[in-house]
Write a protein that binds this ligand. Structure first.
Ligand SMILES: [Zn+2]
Length: 454
């Protein structure tokens, strides 16, 4: 497959450096400030007060736009909407916003929407799916079966069977990811309350308040853009994953240290650091400003972490005592869970072919920075909750992953036609190897881009 020229350095220089969003400051908000706070957002340069808008995707979708330039969120989540959303939006426009919101300023939206590639892509996708883009009965039946399997493993885990150290976290991960990720994108169901409920099955790897900021608001808007994508910062002292990260000596060891990162990513990174950052910082991973309002409520953060801590770390000691078995049942499952999470997520963008890329067309940028994996394998699709169709997911985040395989041939054909770099690996193993190559490349002061393992 042909590749496009990657990053226009002048454009990148002008828009991406220095990022206006990189200095951490402590939050000055008190808990009472956010409850009656109005939700003001900026989309394509205009300001809107969305506080009273009854959005069909629910109040959390609106709350995510609070106090930020939500152009990317708006443009990527309304591709299949029947109604004229710009017309609806115009009813909420305000001329005198209480405070100025900086432009995200990463993509050229006029170019994006007038690019023949974008026009053709959206026309063909709409024709293929219509407006029926959420979960279906087949998908929910599958989830029901996964739930029963996961429950049997939890039961055996409580009984103390040793095999459940692997099977309990593995089965709960497979069940959880198949609901949680779609639900967080408002894509499991048309009913926002069901999506809200679906967020709770991910209690062992995410505090929803943190996940919305990390994944929905920021990562999906700016994948692999340094200064904007929080996923580049998770282990920034020991793992260099972007060419823009300044080299320090610790990165020499990252071909080994990444294993440690994978083991503790969930209990330490997503849960503990997620709780800590969202409680005391203004920004997540230094780049995403936290919204604090009635529906993105910081009061839920610490109780949710405590539920995780008690269930995963204290209950096993209660069941099996302060013994070797108690220790194993308290720590090992969450490590397995963490590795499942990292296998399904890190390979999606961090490869030698998808890292040093940028396009001012938002939709082309999603393609060239994402990595599809084993798209024909039902098992891989089940294990990753459809994250293996990462390119199509990033193009159409509001579409349930049950439908992504229908869009896959269209995206592939148009990418070829319009000379857009489309990266895929034939197997999960090959994808993990590509991730490792990426980590190894950046362990050198000068990244040895695309050097392959033979
Ligand atoms: Zn996603």
């Amino acid at each position: 497959m042909q590749k496009v020229a990657t990053v226009d350095s002048k454009y990148r220089q002008e828009y991406l450096h220095p990022s206006p969003l990189v200095n951490p400051t402590k939050t000055t908000l008190t808990t009472n400030d956010y409850k009656d706070k109005r939700i003001i957002t900026k989309i394509l340069g205009r300001y809107y007060d969305l506080t009273d808008f009854k959005h069909p995707a629910g109040p959390i979708a609106i709350a995510c736009t609070d106090g930020r330039d939500a152009t990317e969120l708006f443009m990527s989540h309304h591709l299949f909407t029947k109604k004229d959303v710009k017309d609806i939006l115009s009813q909420f426009e305000i001329k005198n916003p209480p405070e100025e919101i900086p432009d995200s300023g990463v993509y050229d939206w006029e170019h994006t929407m007038n690019d023949p590639f974008t026009i053709e892509l959206h026309e063909r996708a709409r024709k293929m799916l219509g407006t029926d883009i959420k979960g279906n009965w087949k998908r929910n039946l599958e989830i029901g079966l996964l739930f029963i399997i996961a429950l049997t493993q939890v039961y055996q885990f409580v009984q103390g069977y040793w095999h459940t150290l692997l099977t309990m976290p593995f089965s709960w991960w497979t069940f959880g990811v198949n609901i949680f990720h779609d639900a967080s994108h408002f894509a499991w169901s048309k009913n926002w309350k069901i999506n809200d409920l679906g967020m709770n099955v991910g209690f062992m790897f995410s505090i929803p308040y943190v996940w919305y900021h990390q994944h929905i608001i920021a990562h999906h808007s700016f994948p692999n853009v340094y200064g904007y994508d929080p996923d580049l910062y998770h282990s920034e002292d020991i793992l260099r994953v972007s060419p823009d990260m300044e080299f320090v000596q610790a990165f020499v060891y990252q071909t080994i240290s990444f294993i440690w990162v994978w083991l503790v990513a969930v209990p330490w990174g997503l849960m503990f650091m997620g709780m800590t950052q969202s409680s005391v910082r203004e920004k997540y991973n230094r780049v995403v400003r936290f919204s604090r309002n009635k529906y993105l409520n910081p009061n839920e953060i610490i109780p949710r972490y405590l539920v995780f801590f008690v269930l995963f770390h204290l209950v096993p000691f209660y069941l099996h005592g302060f013994t070797f078995k108690g220790c194993m049942f308290s720590f090992w499952p969450i490590y397995v869970f963490s590795v499942c999470f990292m296998i399904s997520s890190q390979i999606n963008h961090l490869t030698p072919d998808t890292t040093d890329k940028f396009d001012k067309n938002f939709f082309k940028h999603q393609i060239i920075t994402s990595h599809n994996v084993a798209t024909g394998s039902k098992l891989v699709t089940l294990f990753t909750g459809g994250l293996n169709l990462q390119i199509e997911h990033h193009l159409f985040p509001s579409v349930n992953h049950a439908h992504l395989s229908k869009l896959f041939p269209i995206v592939q054909e148009l990418s070829k036609k319009h000379n857009v770099s489309y990266t895929e690996s034939p197997s999960l193993w090959r994808a993990v190897v590509r991730y490792f190559e990426h980590v190894r490349n950046y362990s050198y002061p000068e990244p040895q881009i695309k050097k392959k393992i033979e």
